[in-house]
Design a protein around this ligand. Sequence first.
Ligand code: SAM
Length: 291
Amino acid sequence: MKIKDYLKQTAERLDNSALCYGHGTSNSLDEAFYIVYGVMGINFSDTRSAERVLSRLEISKLEELVQRRIELRLPAAYIVGKAWFAGHEFYCDQRALVPRSPIAELILGNFQPFLVEPARRVLDLCTGGGSIGIAIALQWPECAVDLVDISEQALALAMQNVELHGLQNRVRCIHSDLFAALEARYDLIVANPPYVSSEEYKELPAEFNHEPALGLISADDGLQIPLQILREAVDYLSASGQLVMEVGYSDEALSQRLSQLPLLWLEFEHGGEGVLALGAQQLEQYREQFN
Ligand SMILES: C[S@@+](CC[C@H](N)C(=O)[O-])C[C@H]1O[C@@H](n2cnc3c(N)ncnc32)[C@H](O)[C@@H]1O
């Protein structure tokens, strides 16, 4: 069987299995590509490989993996052990969430128009496997990046990704409960913190149960950690620094909680929502209201 036929057949099977796509793909055909090309190490832009004929051994290996996707509802990225973010490859396993933040689009656009020039010091708060901070370091060869997480396991994965990209001289991994262990000031703080309420967490599709709950759940209707970041970020930003934070579909809850503030929600060409940007001056001005 040719790869292109196997992809079609697999997509049909996935379609009939009531799966959730929310971990890097949005449909069954892309998911089939992710598994087949990812496992076989084929570049996603390589269109000629679709004509290649699969051996029996290859088919039986792929079948086992597709079955795991269907039966265990394991996200494809965990099956493949890799994820692609902002055009870069990362190791990906259950120590951290599967990278999928729309912040990738901001990175590739150099955070325009919020930053007039590339930041020299960057903090990726709640870094997980490090994809956001590492993609920023790859985008801006002059900048130094700190990757911060409370999970030692996530940080171990982030360190593997730092090494994968040879960035040990510019990217540090720091174990910290949000800002607690930090002293520096940054030109840019990017955060994709947990923002799912415990009630919402129980309703999430089975795929999300394979991700560490620590990376998803935040108390106070999902807002506790985002509000703490809003309160404290200004103490770790330079005078012209910017905070960019994702709160996903908790954007409405946050907007309601902070109804007096003119929050700037960013729009994305390639999909995604719930990302806001605030400058150091605004964070200082509104600090009391983040309580
Ligand atoms: C939504 S995940 C984001 C991971 C990664 N930045 C991404 O975009 O894929 C949130 C991360 O925050 C970390 N985290 C949770 N509470 C934290 C805290 N109090 N301080 C630092 N990190 C925390 C979790 O371990 C998890 O890795």
